[in-house]
Each structure stands twice: as C-alpha cells, then as structure tokens.
Design a protein around this ligand. Structure first.
Ligand code: ASP
Length: 349
C-alpha cells in the first residue's frame, strides 16, 4: 500500500522556531529539514513534503494576499497530495482558516491548520504534538481510501475544530482555541476520535479556488455610551461596502436615531450590514427584543452564531464574489461552508 502524501505549508509563527544554542535567539527552521528537529516524523506512515513561505510571517502580518498564497499553493498541489497541513501563527489562525474555507469551494481533502504556543525547538513545546497529530489527521482515510476530513480545520491541543467556527481564546494556555457554537470535529487521546456526524461534506466535487477578497469591510463593536458620530466614516459607501456590527446579547443595540439614520443611508446606497453578537457564545435573534427590531426593519442581515473571524472574512469574500446587492445579501444570509447555524426559534415561544 502506498503511503498517504501530505504537504506541509509553513507560513510562519512560533511553531517553526528553534533556539540557537550559542545565543538563545529564536530563528525559523527550514521545514524541508523538519525531520532533523522532529525525528518522530520518520516513524509516521506518511510521505511528507514541505514548502516554506519566504519570508515567514508572524500571523499579525497576514493579509488576504497571504490567504491567496496559501490557497494557490494548495490548488497547485491538490492532485499530488492527499492532505495539507498549514503551519501558521496562532494569533490570526482563525481568520486565515475561515478565509480559506470560503476560498476553497468543493474541497474534498483535509486542510489542517496548526501552530503552537511554544517554539518547536524548546523543551516544553506543544508544537510537536500539534504537528504530528495534524499530519495524522491530514493523512487519515476511510475504508474507501477517501480522506476522512474534507474541510478546512484547526488542530490545537488535542482538539480538531472547524476552521470557520473557532476562535483564539487564550494568549497563554496550550488550550488556545475554542469553538463556541459547534462541536469539535475530533479529539485526540490514545486514539483520535472523530465526531463523524459533525464533519463537513460539500456537494460540489471539484475544487474551485475563489480568490477575490474585498477589503472595503469594516467591523464596529458596540459599547454602552457609544457616540455614533465618531464612527460616521464606517457608514460611508465610498470607503466601506460591507459592515459587520458586533452587538449586545442576542443582537441588540441602543435605539439611537443617529445609528438608525446612518444604517438607513448606508443600506440605501447599497451597503450590506451583518449583525453578530459580541457574546462568547450563542446566536443573534433579530426582533426578539425591541432593541433589535430596528435591524429587521432596515434590512440588516442576521449573522446568527458566526464568530467575528468568520463574519469578517465572509464579508470580504462575499464582497469579492459579487457586486450585486441582492446576491451579496443572499450569500450573507446562508451558511456557505458550515460556518453558521440558522436559528429562527424564539426563546419565549
Ligand atoms: N505571534 C505569533 C503568531 O501568531 C504567535 C504564534 O505563533 O502562535 O504568529
């Protein structure tokens, strides 16, 4: 039997760092020679190849151009490999994983993002376990020899999350990610236990890489006492075409005339507005309280249980996909890669 082939794509981040013994300074390893640093990889039943980004990036530097670079690398190698592991800084990993999930329509192979809190070249590193298990997951096949995972996912600290459902939760703990509104896809203990009914299956069979992100996107987080005049430029259609608002609780905002007028003008000019909650879990229910009825009246779109990372990248993606107002609204209103659960029930039925 031939070994499954996995491509490692090292973009940067802490995981790929080792310490120079003489100076103690951290520098990035060349993943082409990763076996020298993680000899355990030789014992895996996987044929591994690696490509490095030049230069490697701290993930705070990532932009849509870099997402496109990752997506293009996957596309160019799609037929030669059974799975992909993207090594990436953890800080913006949930943004990149969400963006890639939207880009890679019809994906039928695993794309597993991972990273670490401590460099792979340090004694207490979490990087080795994250790397080795991510590779095992990327190589995992079912009885028919088809990949088990066929979506963009994040593996971190013994858990596999849907990429567009997770969020970075801790700057310190090894358990750095959380998936607030969707079950984990797998948990790694003595064995890797997959939550089979949670795995995403696309009904499109051919990979289509869609790489237009429109950054005329803005994010506004509400807070009590907010003066909307300060944020007037976010509602200017010349600069912003899509606005994500992080509202209170189940999608609520102050009943503020200024906000109402800004929203009305923006939407009348063809701007799209997506409402997500700033709570750590749960969903938007527009119209449940008087403080969210305004959004329904004005045509603000409910983002239900989207994470901020998924909402912002979905907005950039949708604005890049089409310039048509109705098509933009339709795409934002539906779950296109399993990123959102549409919940129309009321708490008080
Ligand atoms: N600052 C780093 C980054 O996100 C942290 C990490 O690698 O986890 O690139």
């Amino acid at each position: 039997m031939t070994k499954p082939k996995v491509l490692l794509i090292y973009t940067g981040g802490t995981i790929g760092m080792i310490k120079a013994p003489e100076t103690g300074a951290l520098y990035p390893v060349d993943f082409q020679h990763i076996h020298e640093h993680v000899p355990e990889l030789m014992r895996l039943n996987v044929a591994l190849e690696a490509v490095n980004f030049h230069p490697t990036l701290d993930s705070s530097e990532m932009t849509p151009k870099d997402w496109i670079k990752i997506g293009t690398t996957i596309m160019e190698n799609y037929n030669q490999f059974d799975g992909f592991v993207v090594l990436h800084g953890s800080d913006t990993m949930a943004y990149s994983a969400s963006a890639l999930s939207f880009m890679l329509e019809g994906l039928q192979k695993p794309v597993i993002f991972t990273g670490s809190q401590l460099p792979i070249g340090t004694i207490r590193t979490d990087g080795k376990e994250n790397l080795i298990t991510a590779i095992e997951i990327a190589a995992e096949q079912n009885h028919d020899g088809l990949p088990l995972v066929r979506e963009v996912a994040v593996y971190f600290d013994y858990k596999l999350f849907r990429g567009n459902r997770c969020t970075k939760d801790s700057a310190e703990n090894f358990e750095a990610f959380r998936s607030p509104n969707y079950d984990v896809l797998a948990e790694a203990g003595v064995q890797i236990k997959y939550n089979l009914d949670r795995l995403y299956r696309s009904n499109i069979n051919k990979l289509i890489v869609k790489n237009n992100f429109n950054t005329k996107t803005a994010l506004l987080k509400l807070y009590p006492g907010i003066d909307f005049s300060t944020y007037q430029s976010l509602f200017d259609k010349n600069h912003v075409e899509g606005l994500v608002i992080e509202t209170f609780g189940s999608g609520n905002a102050p009943q503020d005339e200024k906000l109402r007028n800004l929203l009305m003008n923006f939407i009348n000019q063809g701007g799209v507005v997506l409402n997500i909650t700033q709570c750590n879990s749960g969903t938007v229910k527009q119209g449940l309280y008087a403080t969210s009825s305004m959004f329904n009246q004005l045509g603000v779109i409910s983002g239900y249980d989207l994470t901020t990372e998924a909402a912002v990248t979905k907005m950039m993606f949708v604005l890049g996909e089409t310039t048509n107002f109705e098509d933009r609204k339709a795409l934002l209103s539906q779950s296109i890669r399993g990123e959102m659960t549409i919940d129309r029930s009321s708490f008080f039925d």
